[in-house]
Design a protein around this ligand. Structure first.
Ligand code: FAD
Length: 385
């Protein structure tokens, strides 16, 4: 399929592909086995300028857009979804500053994110606030020139590894969702520590931890936008990053197809390669067709975002839902095509299937995304009446 990529996008794709093949594939099983953060790979990605793709040139980035970033995410995800989660979480964590930060905040924090020197994480979820983010309990109280943060964030990607954290906390609980605000917290600030590191089913190269705030004092100027804007910052951030989760889905699905077709060509049963059986051929055809459809939807959502469209919430949710459901189906089918071998850790599809599951859950579960899509459809239909 021709996705009409520019020369620069093809260069980004090839660069990310080279890192994936040379640096990620040889170590992905070990990272998975030992729950190990891919520090050396992140360094190689930083050297290749992959962290600054979507960041404006004024802040040290390459000045490209969402599609360019998604192309890189897709290539890294083909090799390892754990590594791609560490990488993509930087975009997630930086969007609050890029979208709503002051000029001073952008100048202070974005260049080191663009260069890959500093990792960043996004902290919204809490033990009692997952899909219903309005239930967050972490508070931020203004005392003189400082906000004092108290509370615990749960399951934060890049927790402990990142130096910069964009965190949503309540500045006025009585106002409900309108009482939330967004903040920048730096690692090392007194009163800010990391709790439990999760032992996960998949994406084990990525770090997932608690963020604990215990009378953590941050300068007043670390608020992003204004008090009460926290949920708008969070929802717009997720709108921007969500189709990137779709790109992760496209990548892992394509990675699984590439692995299983290679295996199937060499696997002889009943005196012939299993690729000669129509049952296998049809599975492969469906897997590739679904993956191409997912890629087309993700790229089209990205192009809509990059065109300057104001509201792309539905497009971003659709890309995420479709591509990640495809990822789960295709990786499961890849295991099936390979039979018992697919179930073994000697082959990467076992890990790909475990890894793919998270895509249907994080950055808003696929059920919740379907709510978003349906509500937007109903709103539009009501307007047209
Ligand atoms: C590995 C990992 C990394 C993560 N990284 C981050 C991160 O970096 N930053 C961050 O802030 N969060 C992060 N999260 C949190 C993630 O975004 C949440 O797990 C997710 O939003 C779902 O919340 P929950 O797990 O509490 O599920 P719940 O909200 O408890 O949902 C449980 C089930 O109920 C369904 N459900 C809930 N409400 C509805 C509804 N209204 N309609 C239909 N179905 C519904 C859900 O779809 C799901 O199937 C991460 C999570 C994991 C597991």
């Amino acid at each position: 399929m021709d996705y009409l990529l520019t020369e620069e996008q093809i260069m980004i794709r090839d660069l990310a592909r080279q890192i994936a093949v040379e640096k990620i594939v040889p170590v992905r099983a070990e990272l998975d086995e030992h729950n190990k953060f891919p520090t050396e790979i992140m360094k190689a990605m930083a050297q290749a300028d992959l962290f600054g793709i979507y960041i404006p040139e004024a802040y040290g980035g390459l000045g490209k857009k969402s599609l360019d970033l998604y192309i890189a995410i897709e290539e890294i995800s083909k090799a390892c979804l754990g590594v791609s989660t560490c990488y993509a979480a930087n975009a997630l964590g930086s969007y609050p500053i890029l979208l709503y930060g002051s000029e001073a905040q952008k100048q202070k924090y974005i260049p080191s994110i663009a260069s890959g020197k500093d990792f960043v994480a996004f902290g919204l979820t809490e033990a009692n606030a997952g899909s219903d983010a309005s239930g967050i309990q972490t508070t931020a109280k203004l005392e003189g020139n400082e906000y004092v943060l108290n509370g615990t964030k749960q399951w934060i990607t890049n927790g402990g590894e990142a130096r910069i954290y964009t965190v949503i906390a309540m500045t006025d609980k009585s106002k409900g969702a309108r009482g939330a605000s967004a903040f920048i917290v730096e690692k090392g600030t007194p009163g800010f520590t990391f709790g439990k590191k999760e032992n996960k089913m998949g994406i084990r190269a990525s770090s997932t931890t608690e963020l604990i705030f215990n009378n953590c004092r941050i300068p007043k100027e670390n608020i992003i936008a204004r008090e009460g804007m926290g949920f708008i910052v969070a929802m717009k951030t997720l709108d921007c990053s969500r189709a990137g989760v779709g790109a992760q889905g496209v990548g892992v699905a394509q990675g699984a197809i590439d692995e299983c077709i290679k295996f199937a060509k060499g696997r002889i049963q009943f005196g012939q390669p299993i690729t000669s059986f129509q049952a296998i051929q049809h599975m492969l055809a469906d897997m590739q067709t679904q993956t191409e459809a997912a890629r087309a939807l993700v790229y089209s959502a990205a192009r809509m975002m990059d065109s300057g469209a104001k509201d792309f919430s539905r497009a971003s949710a659709m890309a995420k839902v479709f591509a990640t459901d495809v990822a789960m189906k295709v990786t499961t089918d890849a295991v099936q095509v390979m039979g018992g071998s697919g179930y073994m850790k000697e082959y990467p599809v076992e890990k790909m299937m475990r890894d793919a599951k998270i895509l249907q859950i994080y950055e808003g579960t696929n059920q919740v995304q379907r709510n978003v899509i349906a509500l937007d459809m109903i709103r539009e239909a009501t307007k047209q009446k």
